[in-house]
Every structure is written in C-alpha cells, then in structure tokens.
Write a protein that binds this ligand. Structure first.
Ligand SMILES: Nc1ncnc2c1ncn2[C@@H]1O[C@H](COP(=O)(O)OP(=O)(O)O)[C@@H](O)[C@H]1O
Ligand SMILES: [Mg+2]
Length: 295
C-alpha cells in the first residue's frame, strides 16, 4: 500500500486537506504531515524526517500549505530535496514557486503565448503612476496574494487614485498593476487534474461588484467551456508544470485572457456547483503517477 502524506499546517480548518485525507485513506496509507514536523539530520548520511519517521518512507506528498509558526523557507527547501530524492510531490516545488508569484506566472504565461492583461510589476510609486497614465481603469494587487485579498480597482479619475496605490505599495512592497479587462460580471475557473479538465464553473460576482473570488461572495455555477477555453486551461496548467490547478479565465471583449493559475486552489465552489469530488480526482492522479512510475 502506498503511503501518502497530506501536507498542511492547518488540517483542523482546511476543508480541502480533510477531503484529500479522506480520499487518500480509501486507497492508501494516508497521513497528515504538518510541515513544522520536518527536521534534517546530517551525519555522514543525510536524512529528512517527519517527526521520528524518515520522510522517504512516503511515496507521495500532496502539498496544501506550509506552517507559518515554523520556518517556511526551510519547509520549502525540504520539499525541493524530497522531490530530488524521487518522492512524488504534488504540486511540484518548481511549479508551486511559479504559481505563487503573479510576476512569474504572468511572465511565463506570456512567454508561452497566452493572452494576459497588460501588466506591470513595480516597487516604486513613480512606475505605478506611469501605468495609470496609460490605462484609466486598472486593477492593483499584491504580488503574492490569494483569494482576492488586497486586490483593488482604481480609476484614473478618482481623486484618491494615487494615495490608494501608495497605500498598497507601502503595505506589500511589490505590486502588480493590470489593465482592467471588461467582462460579463464573471470569470471562469477551470479545474485541471493531470491532462484533464475535471470540472469548470463560472464565478458570478455579486451585483455591482467586480471581484469573482468565492471568498468575496461570488456565486459558482456550472460552465461549459468552449474548445478554446478547454485548450487554454490544459496548456496553461501543463505550461507551468502543475499537476492540478484552477485556471482562471476572463472573457474579455476581444477574447479569453488567462488571469491566474493557482498552485493550491480551493475547490469548495467547484464542488458545490458541479458535485465533482475533486479530492478523489487528485488522489487518483497521484496513484496513477505512482503506479506508472512517473516520478
Ligand atoms: N485585470 C483584471 N481585469 C478584470 N478583473 C480582474 C483583473 N485582475 C483581477 N481581477 C478580479 O479580481 C479577482 C482577484 O484577482 P486575482 O489576480 O485572481 O488575485 P487572487 O490571487 O487574490 O485571487 C479576480 O478573480 C477577478 O475577479
Ligand atoms: Mg484569483
């Protein structure tokens, strides 16, 4: 029986981790791994441990999150070394690092030919203001944010446009500014596992609002992807090297824009709208990788 670890420092509150644990328990020896339990022993032989167990006892680790009461850089470095040692890490540290950064994600997506909103990543107010000189309606967001936190919309005509950008910059040090892409009050979240879209939804923003994060109160409903959207989702996921992901697409006036590709997406909204057991999809995919020896 394979030994699969669900890695999270938040098991008690993270529903996705709990569902993964349940799904993994059905087909494997499942364990919850709090990354604060990692330690390394370097004494001729080098050993990474989870509590008193050698980490290499695990066949696969599904990373849901780090433990911020410990040293998160160390935790991430451990994942990189276990990945090198041939343990299946989902999502891989390399892909997680890209997906976490709005700079790296946009940079690589653009390099690979996807349409993304015109963007700048800046650390200084002057550079941010220059962008607002170019576009009169923009979105500003922290480089490493999630769930819509800190994402604001700024029109050039607002009297406090400058001070709002300055506030965000003071708060986050590095921010991404994008042209606001007009859309039908919704975006698309395509959930990809391996080389398949297992479910897709529209996220409908609340009336009069523009943010489509479920956390911001958006409503999930089933969506049928066009062939192009389907193709974009698979290619974006694979282009960034992700094993599973939520690809966010905005239907702009001139076509589809890829907004985001998430490294550890929540799937509450997707499940609610489609009934799909996403956790089981991810575990099945991990087992498939283990069975076929693709490390
Ligand atoms: N360029 C944009 N044009 C239109 N809406 C946007 C744009 N960027 C972000 N949004 C809206 O803000 C939400 C959050 O932005 P996103 O980049 O996905 O950050 P987060 O990682 O916090 O979810 C999106 O789901 C979308 O509704
Ligand atoms: Mg998002």
């Amino acid at each position: 029986m394979y030994k699969i670890g669900i890695v999270t420092g938040q098991f008690g509150v993270d529903v996705a981790s709990q569902e993964l644990f349940e799904a993994a328990s059905r087909v494997a020896n499942a364990r919850v791994v709090d990354p604060i339990q990692f330690s390394a022993e370097l004494n001729n032989r080098h050993t990474i441990k989870v509590g008193s167990v050698e980490a290499t006892d695990f066949n696969a680790l599904i990373i849901r999150g780090l433990d911020f009461s410990g040293e998160t850089d160390f935790q991430f470095e451990v994942f990189e070394q276990l990945d090198r040692a041939g343990i299946i890490i989902i999502n891989s540290p390399a892909a997680l690092q890209i997906a976490e950064s709005k700079f790296l994600t946009s940079f690589i997506l653009q390099e690979k030919g996807f349409t993304i909103p015109p963007s700048v990543i800046v650390q200084e107010l002057d550079d941010a203001e220059a962008f607002l000189g170019e576009y009169e309606d923009i979105i500003a967001k922290p480089l490493y944010g999630f769930q819509g936190y800190g994402v604001i919309r700024i029109r050039r005509s607002e009297v406090d446009a400058r001070s709002r950008i300055k506030w965000l910059l003071d708060e986050f040090k590095g921010i991404c500014l994008q042209k606001y892409i007009p859309n039908p009050g919704r975006d698309i979240r395509a959930f990809v596992v391996g080389d398949q879209v297992v479910a897709s939804i529209y996220r409908i923003a609340r009336i009069g609002r523009w943010k489509t994060n479920i956390r911001a109160g958006a409503r999930p409903i089933v969506c049928r992807l066009t062939t192009e959207q389907h193709d974009i989702s698979i290619r974006a996921s694979q282009g960034l090297g992700l094993d599973y992901t939520g690809v966010d697409i905005i239907e702009g006036p001139d076509g589809n824009y890829v907004l985001e590709v998430n490294g550890a997406p929540a799937w509450g909204g997707v499940m609610e709208a489609t009934g799909r057991n996403i956790a089981q999809d991810i575990i099945n995919y991990a087992i498939y990788r283990l069975d076929s020896g693709i490390s």
